[in-house]
Every structure is written in C-alpha cells, then in structure tokens.
Design a protein. Sequence first.
Length: 225
Amino acid sequence: MPEPQAQLFAPAPLPREELIATCVTLLRGFAAPTAALVAAIEAIAAQAPFRCLQTPGGGTMSVAMSNCGAWGWHSDRRGYRYVAQDPLSAQAWPAMPAAFLGLAQAAALRGGFPGFEPDCCLVNRYVVGAQMGAHRDFDELDMRHPIVSVSIGLPARFSWHGATRREPARKLALHDGDVLVWGGEARAGYHAVSRLAAPVGDAPGVPRDPELGPLRYNLTFRRAR
C-alpha cells in the first residue's frame, strides 16, 4: 500500500485538461517543471519583499504578497486597488519576467482566451496554515481579459463557487505546475484556497524558506489597466 507521502506528492494520473465550470479550465501540470519559476520569484522578492497586507476592515491577510509588471495589487485601510509603485520602496515593481509572460499567454490561449496581455502578476506566498477566503478578482478595468493562476510547491485545496459565495463549491486539489484559466461569463467568479496543510514527511522539489519552512506560491496574471 503506498505511503501517505506518495499519495500527496505523486497523485494518480489526472486528466491533463479539465473543464471545471463554464469558461473555467484546469490545465494539469501545464507549468511544470517549476524550478525556473521559483528562481524568478526569489529574484522578484529580493526587489519587492513579500508582505502580509492589511484589509479595508483592519485585518491582516495570512498570505504574503508581492508583484511584478507595470501594476501591482495592493490593499490597506483605503481599500483594494492597483498601484504603479511598490508602497514599501516607492519604486516601480520589478519587470515581469519573459518566462512569466509566455506562460500566461500560452495558458490563456489553451483556455480559450487568445491575445492575453497581462500587465500585473500578483505573487502569493502561502506558509502552512495560510488561506485565502472566498473572493473575486474585481479591481480590473476591463473584465474581457481572463485570469491565469499558476500553482507552485505544496498542494492546495481550491474551491470554485461561481457567481456568489453561497453557491455550492467545486473543490479540487491543485498540485505543483497546475494552471487555472477563467474568463468570459466566469470572469468575476468567487473562489477560495483552504488552509494550507503541512506535508507528510519530506516534500521533495517543494520550495522551502529556511525560517518559514515548505511553501506554496501562486502566480495570478491579470490585465489591470
């Protein structure tokens, strides 16, 4: 009988492409291998360090964030918005790596949205115990552009709710290299990430911070302006 670790990090073969809901496509392993993406993330964080943002209600997010591209997503007491400069440094956000742009465009095309030109990549860092409540990406000016979401590192449990938070969620496991693409009538769909679980035993190939331990990264590509 396989060990729990093998079940977690070497899941049984899954469909390489799966329609989760109307206009929502899961591309299994599309971004694998992800080592080069992790290296690029580390270079971005060296210029624009990860930080846990404050919500308009006064809380603090458990997921740490950075950005690259012409615009960066930001949150504080004033609300959610895009900013052209990193509030920590008053400098422009790091440029979007060519590999990021190529990945986002290829995934969008595969998901049925050709011609995607993202100008923002929100980089999320999840430590064990971090989570993202049900929300929708709704701060962009033009909703005709899709969202491309790339999973890296520890597996996570993702929920797709749809038009409202109250709709029954479609739940699925996202693994290293999986990519989700949504747009069209699903563009403003609510989605969430459950509390990140600790790995069982070692986690080979998973990015690790010396102080924070094993990590999950998420790249979310958007057209902000």
